[in-house]
Ligand binder design. Structure first.
Ligand code: HEC
Length: 687
């Protein structure tokens, strides 16, 4: 009682400060000293920047492994968080682990029991990309759509909420984000089923749902609020029956100054706008940043990167906040390097575009008109009149979800970049019409040719330092393969980034010069983080290949396969002396003999398409194993129709991370089996 009275007597300003202190644990402030790394991008501003400087250009030569932990199989492509001397990871089917940062000792393990909850809705069971810490609890999403709060000390569940509406085929892939005592999460799945995107905010302490914002409009006969009406006027046809897409499957950012949440939204579902919204239109809020009032979830403004999106161009990539001096004026901005290849600087108060320039090869547009904020598209980019278009960047994105970093020291942004093309045409349009019948949950991929070897031959990946004020590249370092790893920038003048070939490197933040490398003996693509405990600075990263489709056979080249590949938590510090154990030898890659097999061209053709639409992301292009899932050329499963059906259609291995594809017909299964047997024969023949 006395406390209440005392607070009541405080001046409003002091009260506001007090409230901010109690509801905003210091580590989330962008200006925090960097002892902790509590959220995916460290702080609210999502810069993936640590101000710590003990590990610096001068000392990095002494950086060594402090400890490592071997994770069981399961997708490891995920970012840890750290709070008060404990490192937390979420990997595979959202299994959360806590480690003592000094000793690497496992303190507890929490299994969210996704395997038991596994269902066909987990069509894109990618694995989980991270988790969040707030006020003594951890927050993690699950592939079956739950948001779970876990006590950071005991590892016990505090609350759990199912975030998906009934019947939805979707999965949480993102690390939940924290803001002002709330936790927000979206989901992915718009590429796989008729899904309408939304984000939901929950009370972080209790799990009570606070608000939900739909990123695309529903049936206008039912949804009549102002924002939905505005969005619906930019759609045509009966899009709501097809879902619409626009899922928020990765980044959100929070600005405490204006109490605004920024949500990045994904591509249209189905991809092809001629199917989704046949009369055209901008299709709000696909491929946009939407600014929402953090308290109510009410719409403030939006900026749409790709009006009438039709190429799987997501705008869900990380959105760091910064204050940039532009034309002599300090501007509060939000930035994004979305899939479409332009780097955007946007006024985060008004939503107005300040500048946009291509940061890699772009063929779909020549420029972004700063007056209208709209792209100047190539007239052929929408593959009209049966034409085919060679699209740069590909749907893999010039930049995908592996985060860039924004350095407060240099003012530069470090973008992991992929330079890769795809061909787009309308050939898959009938498949889309068919598969998006109301209630259907079939795959909606358009018939795109980005898996062709010619296109991959032209592809490359690199890390580049980008000046967001001048919109120019400052330096560039080639990456191995075509997939660039997530980035960490530090106050010690270093940029950390791993590569698919297992090399983790530290580069000079101003010149890009490689100052230190470490052979992690397994792909390093997940973003590293840095933090300080008892005066010592650490860098942690999780290794192993996730759903990195374009790695091709990199894992084999490294002497690894799905089973033998190490998936590890690595923690580095100055004078660390730990050693990694030698990698186990991979199983020999030998095709199962099948002398009775006879090639059938028609089935092969159908099979290669169905396979690449549904399976290549995990099992690799042309069924060449990439370490994320078994190499199906050497698997016995495709030899028997029953075994194949039970695994693929009936979900026999769903608890081990092999999704259930119960929408595939017997003809689809037969065609795929045929294709895989043909590939086994190729392997036996040394092809
Ligand atoms: C999200 C990733 C993912 C996708 C997509 C995926 N798989 Fe799998 N699949 C796996 C994993 C992981 C396993 C290994 C499970 C285990 O540990 O036994 C697996 C195992 C299998 C196996 C058993 C292999 C063996 O020898 O044990 C078959 C057959 C298979 N998948 C076929 C398919 C087909 C066909 C598709 C497309 C229709 C597909 N998978 C799509 C992840 C995936």
């Amino acid at each position: 009682m006395r406390h209440t009275l005392r607070f009541a007597m405080l001046a409003p300003l002091a009260l506001a400060t007090l409230c901010a202190c109690s509801s905003t644990p210091q580590p989330y402030a962008d200006s925090s000293p960097g002892d902790d790394w509590p959220g995916f991008g460290r702080t609210y501003g999502e810069q993936h920047y640590s101000p710590l400087d003990q590990i610096s250009a001068a000392s990095v030569a002494r950086l060594g492994l402090a400890w490592s932990f071997d994770l069981p199989p399961g997708n490891p492509l995920s970012s840890p968080v750290e709070a008060q001397g404990v490192l937390y990871t979420a990997t595979g089917y959202s299994v959360v682990r806590a480690f003592d940062v000094e000793s690497g000792k496992l303190l507890w393990e929490h299994d969210t029991k996704v395997a038991e909850a596994a269902s066909p809705r987990m069509r894109n069971a990618w694995g989980i990309r991270g988790l969040a810490w707030w006020d003594g609890k951890l927050y993690v999403g699950t592939q079956d759509g739950r948001l779970v709060a876990i006590d950071a000390k005991s590892g016990q569940q505090v609350w759990s909420q199912q975030t998906l509406e009934s019947g939805m085929v979707a999965s949480i892939t993102a690390a939940p984000r924290i803001f002002d005592g709330k936790v927000i999460v979206g989901f992915g799945g718009g590429d796989y089923a008729a899904v309408r995107g939304y984000v939901t905010a929950y009370d972080a302490a209790t799990g009570t749902q606070l608000w939900r914002f739909y990123t695309v409009p529903g049936n206008p006969a039912v949804d009549k609020d102002e924002t939905t009406k505005m969005a619906a006027s930019s759609w045509t046809g009966e899009w709501w029956k097809l879902g619409g897409g626009g899922t928020a499957w990765n980044a959100t950012t929070y600005d405490p100054e204006t109490d605004t949440v920024f949500v990045g939204t994904g591509n249209g579902g189905p991809w092809n706008q001629r199917v989704r919204s046949p009369g055209g239109g901008d299709n709000l809020f696909l491929c946009s940043i939407i600014a929402l009032d953090a308290k109510t979830g009410r719409y403030k403004w939006h900026y749409q990167f790709n009006p009438g999106e039709t190429w799987d161009y997501n705008a869900v990539m990380d959105m760091p906040l910064a204050t940039l001096t532009i034309d002599g004026q300090p501007r509060k901005v939000i930035m994004q390097a979305p899939k479409n290849g332009f780097f955007y600087v946007i006024d985060r108060i008004t939503g107005k575009l300040i500048s946009a320039k291509p940061f890699t090869k772009v063929s779909w547009a020549s420029a972004i008109d700063l007056k209208t904020g709209r792209p100047v598209e190539d007239p052929n980019a929408r593959f009209p009149d049966g034409k085919e278009f060679k699209l740069w960047p590909s749907p893999m994105g010039a930049h995908n979800w592996l985060p860039m970093a924004t350095s407060a020291r240099t003012g530069l942004v470090y973008i992991p970049t992929t330079d890769m093309a795809a061909t787009f045409n309308d050939r898959g349009i009938d498949v889309q019409h068919y598969s998006r019948k109301p209630g259907s949950d079939n795959n909606n991929a358009v018939n795109i040719g980005y898996a062709t070897p010619e296109l991959l031959g032209e592809a490359s990946a690199f890390l580049q330092a980008w000046d967001p004020v001048t919109q120019k590249q400052v330096w560039k370092q080639p990456d191995f393969g075509v997939w660039a790893g997530g980035v960490l920038a530090t106050g010690g003048g270093l940029v950390f980034q791993g590569q698919a070939n297992g090399q983790l490197r530290a580069m000079d933040d101003r010149t890009g010069k490689v100052l230190w490398t470490y052979d992690a003996k397994s792909p390093v693509l997940a973003p590293p983080i840095s933090y300080r405990w008892k005066g010592r600075q650490y860098v942690s990263v999780i290794t192993g290949s996730g759903t990195t489709q374009a790695l091709l056979d990199v894992t084999r080249k490294l002497g690894l396969d799905f089973v033998s590949q190490p998936r590890r938590v690595l923690t580095f510090a100055l004078d660390g002396k730990a050693q990694l154990p030698a990698n186990p030898a991979p199983a020999p890659l030998t095709a199962q003999p099948d002398p009775s097999f006879v090639a059938d061209q028609a089935k092969w053709t159908a099979g290669i398409m169905t396979y690449h639409q549904n399976c290549a992301t995990c099992h690799g292009f042309y069924a060449v194993g990439i370490g994320t899932a078994p190499d199906l050329r050497a698997s016995g499963a495709p030899m028997s129709a029953e075994t194949f059906r039970s695994v693929v259609h009936d979900g026999a291995l769903i608890s081990l991370g092999m999704p259930q594809f119960n929408q595939l017909s017997d003809a689809d299964l037969d065609a795929m089996r045929h294709y895989l047997r043909a590939r086994a024969k190729d392997l036996a023949a040394g092809k």
